[in-house]
Design a protein around this ligand. Structure first.
Ligand SMILES: *Cc1c(COP(=O)(O)O)cnc(C)c1O
Length: 302
């Protein structure tokens, strides 16, 4: 590991396990724990650090001077990348989905403060960029440029995610995680052996693509995982009164902050599946809190 990354990591807090108590869990004889990657760092979103760590290590090793990536106006990925770039003295550049808004989001204000250069591109170009590189669409990448695909979707991201599994000291039967690109779930699948099961919760609409994308990221064929697409609440960052009510209730009962884009949807799904008797009595579940709380500012539109 590059010394600059090791030095940075000394400022991280441990990601602990919190047991959740709830009468529904007692009724169904289910044990539920939250792996608190939201606690890792006050600024860097949990799973974004996990996914970026080995990308950054590689970028530093090849002496890259600019990290280039893409994302939306509330992106946890770009927020983490901009902050890390500033800390590591590496330039950061981002292609942002859609036109420049009259009023920048809190996320974009932060990334600009940390020195990130922004290029606003059309939604069509953004979609194309998911399957290409800037060289093919906009301008050639230089030898010292390091391109990070959306969601850090790359084998290097799986290594960092695998580290969180080694921190789990409890036995468990099922490990749950929210899915955007599915890269985090892929890392968990590769790191957790059967008979434990991995259960992803699609945070995006038409989440069926996740199974294909996750399969592509994995080095072998695995069969101990699946992605549930029933709790997307109409699409990425879409919510419903029921979801928001569940989140407010959960935060009040357990004093654990959630956000409605990823972890809130996953936990809503976990509780709903428990209610339906999906998990056998005696099942021990760990759900990954992936962080992303900075994105909550998107919901107040301040
Ligand atoms: C990006 C993100 C995810 C989704 O991760 P993927 O690896 O793209 O599936 C989940 N939770 C939070 C908080 C995120 O920021």
């Amino acid at each position: 590991m590059h010394p600059a990354l090791l030095a940075l990591e000394t400022h991280f807090s441990p990601s602990t396990l919190s047991q959740i108590t709830h009468e529904l869990l007692t009724q169904h004889r289910i044990e539920l724990w939250l792996k608190r990657d939201d606690c890792l760092h006050s600024i860097i979103s949990g799973n974004k650090w996990r996914k970026l760590k080995y990308h950054l290590n590689h970028a530093l090793a090849v002496k890259a001077t600019t990290l280039i990536s893409m994302g939306g106006a509330y992106s946890n990925h770009l927020h983490a990348l901009a902050y890390l770039g500033q800390r590591l003295h590496v330039k950061t550049v981002a292609y942002i989905r859609g036109e420049q808004p009259a009023r920048l989001t809190p996320t974009l204000r932060d990334v600009l403060d940390w020195g990130m250069t922004l290029h606003f591109i059309s939604r069509t170009d953004f979609r194309l960029l998911r399957y290409a590189t800037p060289t093919e669409l906009f301008m050639p990448l230089q030898a010292t440029d390091y391109w990070l695909p959306e969601g850090g979707a790359h084998a290097l991201a799986l290594l960092g995610v695998g580290e969180l599994v080694t921190e789990i000291t409890e036995d468990f039967d099922v490990l749950c995680a929210p899915c955007g690109t599915g890269t985090t779930l892929a890392g968990l699948i590769a790191a957790v052996p059967a008979p434990c099961q991995l259960l992803g919760f699609a945070a995006v609409r038409h989440g069926q693509f996740l199974t294909r994308d996750i399969t592509k990221l994995l080095p072998h064929t695995y069969t101990h995982w699946s992605v549930n697409t029933a709790y997307d609440f109409g699409g990425f960052a879409k919510t419903s009164p029921a979801l928001l009510h569940f989140i407010a209730d959960f935060e009040r009962q357990h004093a654990i902050p959630l956000e409605p884009v990823y972890t809130g949807k996953m936990l809503y799904g976990v509780f709903d599946l428990i209610r339906q008797g999906y998990f056998a009595p005696g099942t021990k579940i760990i759900a990954l809190h992936t962080g992303g709380l900075q994105g909550n500012r998107g919901f107040t539109r301040d």
